[in-house]
Structures are given as C-alpha cells and as structure tokens.
Write a protein that binds this ligand. Structure first.
Ligand code: ADP
Length: 490
C-alpha cells in the first residue's frame, strides 16, 4: 500500500510532543511491513536539520491557490532516519514557518490551513496518488475536507483518508476567513452544525469536526480514551459528532518505537542494560545524579518528564515533588511550558530548590536528558488530568522505571496497579490512583516508595514485569493496516 502522512510533527526532526513520536514510529512500522510511506511536513526554520540526510530541493514550481492569488512554494526532500520526508516551503510575506518555533502564533489556523492545502496541491501536481492519506490532529484536519470538496474532482478521487485525533482539547476553531482563503468558500454551507459549524461558537468553523465528517476513518490514540471522549466531558464538545460517526471511529493504543527507545542500544545513555542484566541501570542512575548535582545516596529517584500543561496535572506534579522529598526520595523534573504563568511557577520552584541535593528541575526541552532520566530513575509520576495515550509511562516501562499514574485515557490501558489490579501478579507493572487530588497521589507514591525501601526484591519483580510488556508498534501497526485495508476500496 502507498501511504502518505500529512502532519505538523515528526520525531526527531520536528517534535514538540507525542504526535511527533507517533508519526515517526507508525511510519517506520508500516514500512517494515512492506508498505511505501512518505511524510509531508512544513519546512520549519527551527527543525533539527542535523537529523535530515540528503536534503535537497526537488520541486520548485508549486503554486498554491490562496484566496484570490497563489503562493509560490518549494518542496524539499530528505531522509529522516531512513523515512522519506517532503518539506513544503512557502515563499510569501506571511513567513508561515519561519518563526523560530513550531506553534504559538495568532495566525495559527491560517498557517496550518495553508499547509493542509499545499500538501494536497503538491500531491496533485507531482502525480502522487496514495491509497491512504493519514492526517493528524487539527493542524491537518482540513485535508480530508479539501480532498473531498475540491481535489477529488481534480483527479484524487481514489485516495482515502484516515484521521487521528491525538488531543481533543485542540480542535482548530477559526473564523470564516479560513474558508475564503482555502477556496472552500460557501460559509453558509460549512457553518451547518452537521458539517463544520462549531457547537459552542456559532460564528466559527471547527476543523476537527470537518475531519470527523469527511474522513473515511477516525482514530484516537487509546481504547479507553475513545470511550472517554464519547461518554464524558473529555470530548470537548465533540461527543455528539462522535456518536453520529461511531461506525468509523475507534481507539488504537499508540506504540513506542523500540529502536529509538531501547536501553540496550541508546546512544544518549552512558551504560546499556536489559531485563536480564540491570547493572547498567544503576550506573546510569549514578551518572544522572552526577550530572544533575544530586547526592549519591540510598534513596529512590522519582522523575517527571513532559510538558507542563494543565492537562498534565500541574498541581499534582508540584505536589509529587514536595511529597517525594518529604518521604526521603529524590526528585527530578524535566519539562517546559509555553504558558508564562506555569513557567514562572516552576522557575520559582527551581530557585527554591537550587541548593537542594535531592531535587533538580530542568526547565526546557532536552531529548538527550529525557533518555538519561528514563534510564536513571526508579519511578516516573504521570498524574494527568486527562491523557489521550501518554508515551512517557510506556518509555518508563521499557527502561525498567516503575510508573505511578492516574487512571485516565491511555494510562489506564497500559499501567496496572501492583496491589489492586485484577490481572495476575506477574502482569502488574506499576501504581495507579484515581482521584485528581493530593491524597490519592500520595497514597500511590507511598506504596511505591515503601516497596522500594522495605521490599527491594519485590520492587525488582515489578520492574521486571514492566520490562516484559510489549508496547512496540507491532500490534498497533497491524491495527492501522487493517483499517487502511478496510477503507481502501470503499
Ligand atoms: P504529549 O504528547 O501530551 O506531550 P506524550 O506522553 O504522548 O505527551 O509524549 C511526550 C513525549 O515528549 C515523550 O517522548 C517525552 O519524552 C517527550 N518530552 C516531553 N517534554 C519533554 C522535554 N521537556 N524534554 C524532552 N522530551 C520531552
């Protein structure tokens, strides 16, 4: 099968969070299974160009219709760790992707509406006719709309679309000008609530709603979250639309790229290790403590890695830090936030703990350090308020680090409580709490810390159980192929 991913992120070249990891990992798995995969991305100025091999301009005459004029684009090609990637570079005064950052601009909807259209225009003009176009999140949710309404008639009528929603909180809600600029026009038609009319704002269109209607299949990133978005508030207003389209909607658990995340061959960690020989993990712990100026001591090392966003349970992350120290553990945090308020709060904490040898906060994005933390920590807390899938708990399991998670979304699908799960003992792999309050978090942390201090051998059993899990792309890759096969001839 010939599959084209249209996406705003792909690890490691353009990654902000899990979306980037998923596009990379799924694409690789699909290729391993014998499919032809290509990825279309914007050509951001701030990408990790050191991860692209053989970057060269391959198409210099792409004119993308935009409002009543056309924007000239160049298309570049390069390999990202073996994956074929095309990068679209518009030449206009808008400087859509030359902003020094991936996201966070007032014209965000225009930037990605343009990219969604440019990707289709590129496929049309260069003769690409994929069996499947796989789009991701609101940024590329207009691609299925434009495919069906415009490009199908121009010769792309046989392409089918699978759209994956990685985060329902961000749906792409914009005003009518997006319709004029993309050439979709006809606001009275698209504003209908059955099409793209936003359910909360009668003067806005909702990109993700468009993808729900126009895609041949929609997935989200874990089965539990698929249930949550239909039956609870976590659908952020889309529950009804999901109900309408339920026959083409399901949740598929994300996988983890087992080559990129592999303690046996991880270039970023000082000592490799595996389940049968864990010595390296303790050496990594020593190295990590040394790097972060923590004291070498007989204490469990608890970590948090991730965005500092309300979604992640910021108040609980903060509390986990204080509670870990109170219980005689060490705590390491790696994270960043685009929100000034949250950022300021954590910078304040960082200053407060500057001289504390049991605690370190690293505020920023650091891929290498993230690997070292997964390898060196004993436990990882993930106290999210909602979590569509979550990759950090799966990475932790792979690196023999025990996850302590709140039971939501994909966390509920992947972590099973050592004391209370109904699974057989050897399939329990971490600690789970339910309420989003301090008491619940503390009780899970206390059980984990207690086991580490009082029953180290049993703690090791738990580590081993976690490492035995297979959260690679193997199974999810098969699921996605089944979906592609199903929609291909519809
Ligand atoms: P989300 O997609 O909501 O950000 P996920 O758990 O799905 O959360 O994916 C997070 C990914 O981003 C993981 O690979 C994690 O290691 C990485 N990550 C998040 N924050 C940072 C950071 N500050 N530095 C390095 N890696 C990070």
């Amino acid at each position: 099968m010939y599959i084209v991913m249209v996406t705003a992120e792909c690890a490691p070249v353009a990654k902000v969070g899990g979306l980037g990891d998923v596009v990379y990992g799924l694409s690789r798995e699909l290729e391993i299974r014998g499919n032809a995969v290509e990825i279309i991305l914007p050509k951001y100025d701030c990408m990790r160009y050191d991860h692209i091999w053989g970057l060269q301009k391959v198409y210099d005459d792409l004119w993308v219709p935009w409002f009543n004029y056309r924007i000239h684009c160049s298309v570049w090609f390069g390999f990202v760790h073996g994956l074929k990637c095309f990068f679209i570079e518009p030449h206009s005064n808008d400087q859509f992707f030359n902003r020094g950052a991936y996201y966070g601009f007032p014209d965000e909807h225009m930037r990605f509406a343009f990219f969604s259209k440019a990707a289709l225009e590129f496929m049309l003009k260069s003769g690409k006719r994929p069996d499947i176009i796989h789009t991701h999140d609101w940024q590329t949710a207009l691609t299925p709309v434009m495919l069906y309404e415009t490009y199908a008639r121009a010769g792309m009528g046989n392409c089918r679309v699978c759209h994956t929603i990685h985060n329902f909180k961000h749906q792409g809600v914009a005003g009518e000008n997006v319709l004029w600029f993309t050439g979709l026009d006809r606001p009275e038609y698209y504003y209908s609530r059955e099409r793209m009319g936003d359910d909360f704002n009668p003067t806005a269109i909702n990109f993700t709603k468009g993808a729900l209607l126009y895609s041949n299949y929609i997935t989200t990133v874990s089965p539990h979250h698929a249930w949550e978005v239909r039956h609870t508030d976590w659908g952020y207003g889309l529950s009804h639309a999901l109900y309408t389209h339920q026959e083409k909607f399901c949740g598929i658990l994300n996988g983890l790229d087992y080559d990129m995340w592999n303690p046996e061959a991880d270039p970023y960690i000082s000592h490799s290790y595996h389940a049968l020989s864990m010595e390296g993990k303790y050496q990594n712990q020593e190295t990590l403590r040394h790097r972060l100026l923590l004291r070498q001591d007989h204490k469990p090392l608890i970590a948090y890695v991730g965005r500092l966003d309300m979604q992640k349970g910021v108040h609980l992350i903060r509390h986990a830090l204080f509670h870990a120290l109170h219980k005689g553990a060490q705590f390491v945090l790696l994270g960043s936030s685009p929100e000034p308020g949250i950022n300021a709060e954590f910078w304040q904490l960082k200053h407060e703990f500057n001289n504390n040898q049991d605690c370190h906060l690293e505020l920023g994005y650091d891929e290498e350090l993230a690997h070292q933390i997964y390898a060196g920590a004993d436990m990882l807390v993930v106290p999210s308020l909602f979590e569509p899938c979550g990759l950090t708990q799966m990475i932790a399991l792979r690196y023999g680090t025990v996850p302590i998670v709140r039971s939501v979304g994909g966390l509920a699908d992947t972590v099973f409580d050592r004391d209370y799960s109904e699974l057989p003992e050897n399939e329990r792999n971490g600690y789970v709490f339910h309420q989003a309050d301090y008491h619940a978090l503390e009780s899970a942390m206390d059980r984990a810390i207690g086991l580490w201090f009082d029953y180290p051998e049993e703690f090791q059993d738990l580590v081993q159980n976690g490492m035995a899990y297979d959260y690679s792309w193997n199974r999810p890759g098969e699921h996605y192929l089944n979906i592609y096969e199903n929609i291909r001839y519809k």
